[in-house]
Ligand binder design. Structure first.
Ligand SMILES: CC(C)(COP(=O)(O)OP(=O)(O)OC[C@H]1O[C@@H](n2cnc3c(N)ncnc32)[C@H](O)[C@@H]1OP(=O)(O)O)[C@@H](O)C(=O)NCCC(=O)NCCS
Length: 246
């Protein structure tokens, strides 16, 4: 979680370190900065490096493998071009609105249920406590409500005045908004809540005059990709996530 600041190559992750009780760093590895990333980890006595590497950088990925980096997941990004495509209608049952601070507890509950045992890179690492991995998503949802660095907007979906789903958004740069965390309570899945949230996310992007909305997930998370494709998102690019324990 604790995504790197825009433009940073490698940085210490306070949130991950506190959660897992080891020194964790996160990096965006390319051939040209790999040595710098490894030097940082040595200098900062990092125990676990979470390293993203573009799937186009196959030689770098193979170099990482040869040094004992283990593949944990593959992230696929989708984009919706607001200048080219119209936002579809949504006629589902859910009512979507911006969150208010009183919603935080319900959002935490929905996140905990939606992401229990989720197949992301944390859960894929046998050295990380699965309960702490679960906690990570709920805590990320809460931090999205309290820190503008984590999310610039949080949308909630209600049915009968009960929150059943949420979508967090972050302004990456003036023309691009990213959907960051997205979940629907298990009992409300499959009835169009996810679609309603994504359509509302796009409406919010339009209001902010963004040109595109991007969003990502594990390549294995087919249900969510189907929701995005139906709304009009298209595949954009992808990253491997490696963990390296030093
Ligand atoms: C992925 C996720 C957010 C999707 O939310 P959702 O509310 O279930 O999504 P939707 O209901 O809009 O769409 C899912 C299915 O419901 C169907 N559906 C959509 N609107 C519907 C409606 N009005 N009536 C009946 N079914 C409907 C869709 O066709 C789709 O079915 P199919 O793919 O089996 O054909 C949710 O499953 C979830 O929280 N999963 C766990 C966490 C997760 O994976 N988060 C995303 C990480 S990026």
């Amino acid at each position: 979680m604790a995504t790197r600041s825009e433009g940073e190559i490698v940085e210490f992750s306070q949130v991950d370190s506190e959660r897992f009780g080891v020194r964790v760093a996160r990096a965006h590895v390319e051939a040209k900065n790999f040595a710098q990333v490894l030097d940082f980890c040595a200098a900062e006595q990092i125990n676990l490096l979470i390293a993203r590497c573009s799937t186009k950088e196959l030689a770098t990925a193979q170099k990482m493998e040869s040094l004992g980096f283990l593949l944990m997941d593959t992230l696929v990004y989708y984009a919706f071009d607001l200048e080219k495509r119209a936002i579809p209608d949504d006629s589902g049952r859910a009512h979507v609105r911006s969150f208010v601070p009183e919603d935080k507890t319900q959002i935490e509950t929905v996140a905990a249920a939606a992401f229990a045992g989720y197949h992301g890179h944390y859960h894929a690492d046998p050295r990380l406590d699965p309960r702490k991995c679960d906690e990570g998503y709920a805590s990320w949802a809460v931090r999205s409500c309290t820190s503008k660095e984590v999310a610039t907007e949080v949308l909630v979906a209600e049915i009968d005045e009960k929150i059943v789903g949420f979508l967090t958004l972050r302004l990456n740069r003036p023309k691009e908004v990213e959907g960051v965390l997205f979940g629907v309570a298990p009992e409300a899945q499959g009835i169009g809540v996810g679609r309603a949230l994504i359509v509302s996310g796009l409406e919010s992007c339009k209001k902010q005059h963004a040109e595109r909305m991007v969003i990502s997930t594990q390549v294995t998370n087919v249900p969510v990709q189907r929701v995005w494709c139906r709304v009009g998102f298209e595949p954009a690019h992808s990253f491997y996530t490696f963990h390296k324990w030093f």
